[in-house]
Write a protein that binds this ligand. Structure first.
Ligand code: 6PG
Length: 262
């Protein structure tokens, strides 16, 4: 299947599966069941399982669930590798760090080997260097040939109230990146620190992508992204369409409130 200039799978541009839940708890349980089922499939096939985590408030309950029974003990963590879709340029112990959030809620509470955690070095003084180093880490971890794309088993994404995902903000040059897997970018929203982010070609090569979006402050933007006209520069989340993978938008009722189509 071909891709367009944003690395999106053409034929699937309109196929954005959406599932609406009563609340964030129900949504997070569903995401945990999907994550653990995909991981179990990989474990049965003796494959490692690669996940890119998201920051923000949307995944907090999901991470806590995955670190609690039954998932804490039943998931095959030893063969799971955790990556990050984006990071804020702060030290890994700063409250704004996406790594710290994952570390506190999930990583510190599961039996996952330290070498399976692939974090972005947000503490480096030069964000471009941090991006290059993370790209090199992806090449190493996925054993990529030059120019190849990593195929994550699962990418988790949230959507900001401006329509951004990962750290791909409206109107920023990072939206148009076609060569690099990882770039540094200026932020579009708080916290106003530089960011490191996977690019659309890297995101859209994943096997499975799950958006987790909750809260009424997202409702109008969700409707624009899912039902409005194509606006790749103004609504970055519209550019997430895997070339050969699944995409599901998990929404709570509040975030889905402005949708018109069934
Ligand atoms: C980040 C994120 C970002 C986030 C959205 C949604 O580092 O900020 O990875 O893309 O997912 O901003 O954030 P909320 O879930 O807090 O609304």
């Amino acid at each position: 299947m071909g891709t367009d200039s944003q690395g999106r799978g053409e034929a699937e541009t309109m196929a954005r599966d959406r599932v609406i839940f009563t609340d964030k708890e129900a949504l997070s349980w569903d995401a945990a069941l999907r994550w653990s089922a995909l991981a179990a499939q990989a474990a049965r096939a003796n494959r490692q399982f690669t996940v890119a985590l998201t920051g923000g408030s949307s995944p907090d309950l999901l991470y806590s669930l995955m670190a609690s029974p039954p998932f804490q003990d039943s998931v095959e963590w030893r063969t799971m590798h955790l990556f990050f879709g984006d990071e804020r340029c702060v030290p890994p112990d700063a409250p704004e760090s996406n790594f710290k959030q994952a570390q506190d809620l999930l990583i510190s509470r599961i039996a996952i080997p330290a070498e399976n955690i692939h974090r972005i070095e947000g503490e480096l003084p030069d964000p471009d260097e941090a991006a290059q180093r993370y790209e090199a880490e992806l090449y190493r971890a996925f054993a990529l040939e030059p120019g190849a794309l990593p195929r994550f088993d699962l990418i988790l994404l949230g959507m900001g109230s401006d329509g951004h995902c990962a750290s791909l903000f409206p109107l920023k040059p990072a939206l148009r990146e076609q060569e690099r897997l990882v770039v540094a970018t200026e932020p579009g929203l708080q916290p106003f620190v530089p960011r490191i982010t996977l690019t659309f070609p890297a995101l859209n090569h994943a096997s499975n992508i799950l958006f987790l979006v909750t809260g009424e402050d997202k409702a109008k933007r969700v409707a624009q992204v899912l039902e409005g006209p194509d606006d790749p520069n103004g609504l970055p989340s519209q550019n997430v369409v895997p070339v050969n993978g699944t995409l599901s938008w998990l929404l709570d009722q509040a975030a889905a409130a402005s949708l018109v189509r069934e």
